[in-house]
Design a protein around this ligand. Structure first.
Ligand code: PLP
Length: 376
């Protein structure tokens, strides 16, 4: 059976986290080069990467454009919010978790007029609420939300919300950080004007840059709108189009790794096949954890196959730090929770991990339970 140990570094622990994620050995090996940022080989690689990212979403230039922004995923979310919403514009910022809250925070920092539409972390945004907000306030020009809210693992209904946003002729921004590559997303059908993701999530590259897939019409509106020099989406695109080069030092090694990661995504069978692997990882994890007595934070119908939040067991002998350390000593890295009103820990199903890795993790969890003495 396929197992990540054959293809990742022998000494590293698999990361059952939302990122940085476990990557294949060949993705890491692709970085063993020093390419000049003005070199034709690098310029061609960037061009190819941008085209292939669009192809993952079933779109292409000139209707859509891919812009790469250096930094972690937040840099790209901030770039889009601060480049897209005009000075006289207004943002409807939907939130049901920490990453939705981050969008609200970005708007605040940039003094962008924003109306937060906030749900509890186990609540799902609805198209009806979005429609009501848009009908109530004609000043709203943009709507932003997270697709896979990594705080909990909830998948938000972007198709339904997208349909409402398009009907009301507003621009739609979707943070698909933890879903692009691991779930099919169709920006054209959903009506997404700006889709944001990262190199080191479901496409399984290494951290270092974010990806923006923008409809050309929405991107053209961003000319002269940016509130920052380095996070100017239009400026970055213009430079990439002019001579294929970045305005400022590009993450050459991360791009080499990403190019290899795109080859590996294609070799696996594309997004559908990858989504199937992640779904199998998720099913292996959840059925095993239920058998061990753990309970998920979300209802199964709200839960995606990207990451799962589990409630802390109500047992006096359960202590998360101890649990985490024991698993780490056994060679497995899990992740603390991020839900604000419930004690949880998280286990990610993405990255270069296979069902056999989850079976091994479940055995380690069973052992840790016995050692700590909490029966559920
Ligand atoms: C949905 C979502 N948005 C934004 C981010 C922020 O990305 P980064 O930590 O790379 O800045 C994350 C990170 O996990 C995320 O899951």
């Amino acid at each position: 059976m396929e197992h990540s140990n054959y293809i990742t570094s022998a000494n590293d622990k698999p990361l059952f986290t939302p990122g940085p994620l476990t990557t294949s050995r060949t993705v890491k090996q692709a970085m063993l080069r020093d390419l000049g940022s003005r070199d034709v080989a690098f310029v061609n690689l960037v061009k190819d990467v941008r085209q292939r990212v669009l192809a993952i979403c079933g779109v292409a230039a000139p209707d859509y454009e891919c812009v790469i922004i250096q930094g972690s995923g937040t840099f790209s979310v901030e770039a889009v919010i601060s480049s897209a919403v005009p000075a006289a514009g207004k943002l409807l910022a939907i939130s049901n978790g920490a990453y939705g809250q981050r969008i609200i925070q970005i708007a605040k920092v940039h003094k962008i007029d924003a109306t937060p539409l906030v749900y509890p972390e186990d609540g799902k945004p609805t198209a009806a609420d979005v429609e009501a907000a848009l009908l109530q306030d004609a000043a709203l020009t943009h709507v932003a939300l997270v697709h896979s809210e990594t705080t909990t693992g909830m998948i938000n209904p972007i198709d339904e919300i997208g349909a409402v946003v398009k009907r009301h002729k507003r621009r739609l921004i979707v943070d698909a950080m933890s879903s692009l590559g691991g779930m099919p997303i169709d920006p054209e059908k959903t009506g997404i004007d700006f889709l944001v993701s990262s190199a080191n999530k479901c496409i399984e590259g290494v951290p270092g840059f974010g990806l923006i897939i923008a409809s050309r019409a929405a991107l053209m509106e961003c000319d002269q709108r940016a509130r920052s020099l380095s996070l100017d989406v239009f400026g970055q695109w213009k430079a990439l189009e002019a001579n294929g080069q970045f305005r400022f030092t590009p993450p050459t090694h991360a791009l080499l790794a990403f190019h290899q990661a795109l080859d590996e995504l294609a070799a696996e069978g594309g997004v559908i096949a990858r989504a199937q692997r992640y779904a199998k990882n998720y099913q292996t994890l959840v059925s095993g954890m239920r058998t061990l007595g753990f309970k998920e934070y979300l209802q199964p119908q709200d839960q995606g196959h990207i990451i799962v939040s589990f409630k802390f067991p109500e047992h006096p002998r359960f202590e998360f730090e101890d649990f985490y350390s024991r698993l780490s000593e056994k060679g497995f890295v899990i992740y603390p929770g991020k839900v604000s009103n419930a004690d949880c820990f998280r286990i990610g199903c993405i990255g270069r991990l296979f069902p056999a890795d989850f079976t091994a993790l479940l055995s380690a969890i069973r052992e840790a339970k016995i050692e700590m003495g909490f029966e559920l």
